[in-house]
Design a protein around this ligand. Structure first.
Ligand code: SF4
Length: 446
C-alpha cells in the first residue's frame, strides 16, 4: 500500500540537509509520495527505512526494457493517467510480427524493409522498435531459424511468441546476451516459462482469461522470482481493449495495485477487422499500451502511428524545437528575401510548408526563442530586435544575399523600428500575421 507524504516523512532523517535537491525532508517526502523523485536521491535513509519505503517508492508501473545489441525498447514507469497531469515517459514500442512458417527469405525481406524505415519528424528520426517472431509451425528448430533470419537483418529487440517452453527455449538460445520478451505464460505453462525467463533474464508476457486471473498469475510468477512482466489485457475489440487497459492503468496508478503494475501489450491486428489495424494501434498508443505488435508493415500505416506516438509522448511543458539557423526553401538565390521566425517546431513547419508549397524561393531565418511561438516569445522577451540581429550576424546571412531584405512576422511589426537601429544597412519589411498569407505577400509585396 502506498504511504502518504507524512508517513514517508516520519521515515526520513528529518535533518533538512538539502542534499536531495529539496529544501526540507518534508518537501522531499511529498515528491516521493507523488512518485516524482527516486528514494536514492537521499543518501541518509537507514536500511530499515529503505525496506519500508522501497515498496512505496517503486513506480506504479514497472519499467521493462527489451534489449539487444545497441538497442533498447522501454515501456512502463508511467505515473499519470492523463498526459496533461505531467507527461508520459516511455513511448510504446512498435514491433512488427512475422511467423515461423513463412519462408525465411520473405521474413528477411519484410524485416529488412521495416528496419530501414525512418520518418524524419521535426528533426528526429522515428522508427519501429523491433520485431516479434510468432510460432505457428510447432517446431522449435523452425522457430529458431525464423528468429535467426530476423537477427540476420536487424539488431533491434525481439519478442518470442509461443506457448511451448521448448520452442521458447530454442528462440532464447539464438538471442544470447539479449533481453527479449517471451510471450507468453498462461495458466497452464507459467511455471516452465517463469523458470525460463528467470534463467534467461528475459521479460515475460502474461496471458489470462480475465484481469482477476491475470493479477493472480502475475503474483504467482513474481513469487517464483520473475519481476519483469508484461500483461496482455485481452479484449481484442476497441471497446473492451480500451476498458481493460484503462482499468489496469487506473488500478496501478490510483490504487498502487501491484499485481497489475506492468506495461500492457496490444495486438491491433488480432481484432480481425480488415483495414482497422491502424485504428486499433492508434487507440493502443493513446490508451495505454507499453508494446504494440503490428501484423503489417507499410509506410502509409506506420508513418501516422509514429507521429501520433511522438506527439502524445512529448512533454507538454517542453515544446519541440528545431535547430536555429538559416534554412533554404525552394533553392533561394542571393536576391531572395530573408523571412524570420522562431524555433518552435509548429511555427517553423507552418511557415516552411506554406513557403515551400508556394514554390517561391526564400531564406528562412530561425532564431532561438527557447521553443516558443512568435507572440509568446515576444511577450516573454525571447524574440526581440536584438536577438534577430544577433541571429542574422551569427549565421552570416549577409554573405548569402545580394539584397539585404528581412521580413518580420506581422505579429511583431512593433519590432521593425528597433530592428532598423540594430541592422542599419538592411531593409526591414513587415510580413503577414499568419503563415498562410505568406505566399500572396511574397508575390505581391516582395
Ligand atoms: S537528503 Fe535526505 S535528509 Fe537531506 S533534506 Fe533530503 S530527505 Fe532530508
Amino acid at each position: 500500500m502506498a504511504l502518504t507524504g507524512i508517513q514517508i516523512y516520519k521515515l526520513l532523517p528529518q535533518t533538512n540537509c538539502k542534499e536531495c535537491g529539496y529544501p526540507t525532508c518534508l518537501a522531499f517526502a511529498m515528491k516521493l509520495a507523488a512518485k516524482q523523485v527516486e528514494l536514492s536521491a537521499c543518501p541518509y535513509v537507514t536500511p530499515e527505512a529503505k525496506t519500508q519505503l522501497a515498496e512505496s517508492a517503486a513506480p506504479p508501473i514497472r519499467m521493462i526494457a527489451l534489449k539487444s545489441d545497441g538497442y533498447e525498447a522501454k515501456a512502463g514507469n508511467e505515473v499519470v493517467l492523463f498526459r496533461h497531469e505531467k507527461t508520459f515517459y516511455n513511448k510504446p514500442g512498435l514491433f512488427i510480427r512475422v511467423y515461423d512458417d513463412q519462408p525465411l527469405e520473405a521474413i528477411k525481406a519484410l524485416v529488412s524493409e521495416a528496419n530501414g524505415y525512418a520518418v524524419n519528424y521535426v528533426g528526429m528520426d522515428l522508427t519501429v522498435d523491433g520485431f516479434a517472431v510468432a510460432s505457428k509451425a510447432g517446431d522449435p528448430a523452425a522457430f529458431a531459424n525464423a528468429v535467426q533470419a530476423v537477427r540476420s537483418v536487424s539488431k533491434r529487440p525481439v519478442m518470442l511468441m509461443t506457448r511451448d517452453a521448448n520452442t521458447a527455449k530454442a528462440g532464447v538460445k539464438t538471442l544470447q546476451g539479449e533481453t527479449p520478451l517471451i510471450y507468453g505464460a498462461d495458466a497452464k505453462n507459467w511455471e516452465s516459462f517463469a523458470d525460463l525467463a528467470k534463467e534467461a533474464k528475459s521479460a515475460l508476457g502474461v496471458i489470462a482469461g480475465s484481469l482477476a486471473e491475470t493479477a493472480e498469475l502475475t503474483d504467482k510468477i513474481k513469487a517464483k522470482g520473475v519481476e519483469d512482466l508484461v500483461i496482455d489485457p485481452g479484449g481484442r475489440d476497441l471497446g473492451l481493449g480500451l476498458a481493460n487497459s484503462t482499468v489496469i492503468r487506473r488500478l496501478a496508478i490510483k490504487k498502487n495495485f501491484r499485481p497489475l503494475g506492468f506495461p500492457v501489450i496490444a495486438f491491433p491486428g488480432d481484432a480481425g477487422e480488415a483495414g482497422m489495424e491502424a485504428v486499433h494501434a492508434a487507440q493502443a498508443i493513446a490508451k495505454y499500451a507499453g508494446f504494440i505488435v503490428l501484423d503489417h508493415f507499410s509506410p502509409a500505416m506506420v508513418y501516422p502511428l509514429l507521429v501520433l506516438r511522438q506527439n502524445i509522448y512529448t512533454d507538454p511543458q517542453k515544446p519541440i524545437q528545431v535547430q536555429p539557423g538559416i534554412y533554404e526553401i525552394n533553392a533561394p538565390k542571393p536576391e531572395s528575401p530573408v523571412l524570420v521566425t522562431t524555433n518552435f517546431s509548429i511555427t517553423y513547419f507552418s511557415v516552411a510548408n506554406e513557403v515551400e508549397g508556394s514554390g517561391l524561393p526564400a531564406w528562412l531565418l530561425v532564431t532561438d526563442a527557447e521553443g516558443m511561438s512568435v507572440l509568446t516569445a515576444w511577450a516573454a522577451g525571447k524574440f526581440d530586435a536584438e536577438r534577430i540581429a544577433k541571429a542574422i550576424k551569427g549565421f552570416n546571412v549577409a554573405d548569402k544575399v545580394s539584397r539585404k531584405r528581412v521580413v518580420l512576422p506581422g505579429h511583431v511589426a512593433v519590432l521593425s523600428g528597433e530592428l532598423e537601429g540594430e541592422l542599419p544597412d538592411w531593409e526591414i519589411r513587415v510580413g503577414p500575421r499568419e503563415a498562410v498569407d505568406l505566399p500572396a505577400f511574397m508575390k505581391q509585396a516582395l
